[in-house]
Design a protein around this ligand. Sequence first.
Ligand SMILES: [Zn+2]
Length: 502
Amino acid sequence: MTLNPRWPSDPRSLRNWQLDRLRRYLSRTVLPFSAYYRRLFDQAGVEPAALRSIDDLRRIPFTTKSDFLAETDGSDPVRDFVLVPDKAVLSRRPSSVAKALLRGRKAVVEGFEHEFRPLLLTSTTGRSSAPVPFLYTAHDIANLELAGARVMRVCDANREMRMMNLFPFAPHLAFWITHYASTGFGVFVLGTGGGKVMGTDGNLRLIRKIKPDVLIGMPTFLYHVLTELADDSFQLPNLRKIVLGGEKAPLGMRRKLRALAQKLGAEKVDVLRTFGFTEAKLAWAECPFHEDAGSAGYHIHPDLALIEIVDPKTGEPRGECEPGEIVFTPLNARGSVVLRYRTGDCIDGGLFQEPCPFCGRNVPRLVGEISRTSEVRDLRLGKLKGTLVDFNQLEHVLDNVEYVATWQLEIRKRHDDPLELDELILHVTKADGIAEDQLRATLNERFVSETEIHPNRIEFHSVEELQRRQGFGTQLKEQRVVDHRPAAASQDATSVPETTHE
Ligand SMILES: [Zn+2]
């Protein structure tokens, strides 16, 4: 089954079809109504009609997170990215003229409202900078429903399933796309609001009552909830799918979730990841796969998004199936719109164009593990100079070690002295079945063999103590890496606590 028969099936024609769509979208919708891009295209001397090949796209300058930062003169650049309709231009559109003739002027005005009036907002989580709000119009909400329904189909869901949405209730994409996936696909989804709204107990109570076939949420929270259920010897044999989003879910985490589901009596469970970000106003999913075969990647909706992979250092385009940074351009968004957006997310496989080997859908796929370029930090571990440490890699190491239930990495200055060396402290909750000394030795050995550094200390904690450290239930995302270096507060990402931006 294809997602949507409207686009061509062979990869080359599909790329050209997307380019054609992009040209029309730019000339009819973005450039007439986006102050920011009208200016940018003028400065760069780019005409939509001249974008004939994927190679031509590089003539459009990238948009990055720093373009959203407030100017010192008090202007609000976020506002510049919102499409603001010009009534005179709109009423000259051939479709407007035809509609006015057939259905009257009131219908035309209502159409403009549907297309351009903002109704919903989701925002970034403010990990690395101030939260950036992205606006949705009714047109965008329809796309959110469409994209959500496709995620359901890609995950091979059916309408008889009972689902629970354990994402935090907040103005964030993960919660809202799950909500609209329910209405778009037509399936029962109970949103609990996550741990922050109902507490772990509230979530457990509802799971016992609803007995869901599908659990959707953040990996660390789902891991916690499933552990509690397993400890209580609760059985949930009908559980079919665990759908993850909102943060990374390395292979080790997925394996642990599958093992927990088996403890609950669920023998055949798909643990599927989704990938989405605020600026896309969309998310994509993996289709079910056998663990040994590996994932076929995130299935991209080619009518809604154009994905490029570029070299994270130079910005030059990478070839098909080559790793690099993910760059996003919408093809049908209204409200807030960004073009050639540098996500800061790198994928180690790349963009694959041939049909999916598992489900056969003819859609582009993002294949591989995703890591953030911003998670490479400079630590002064030795006397002489800083060492670049890739925290993405450390997370993979930790999630893959058996008997590590949950963990947190803490960076601090020795003796809390700003002039001292940095220290890396690993906090761990140990699963049953191994001695502390043995696990400590395993962790040290794995750290050195895979990253060439080792933590200064490894401290073991109870589940409750580690949850308190992670800000469980009080923070929007569990804090897995915390930076307690005194000077780091202003410049470092994870030392800034998550906020909910109500
Ligand atoms: Zn597939």
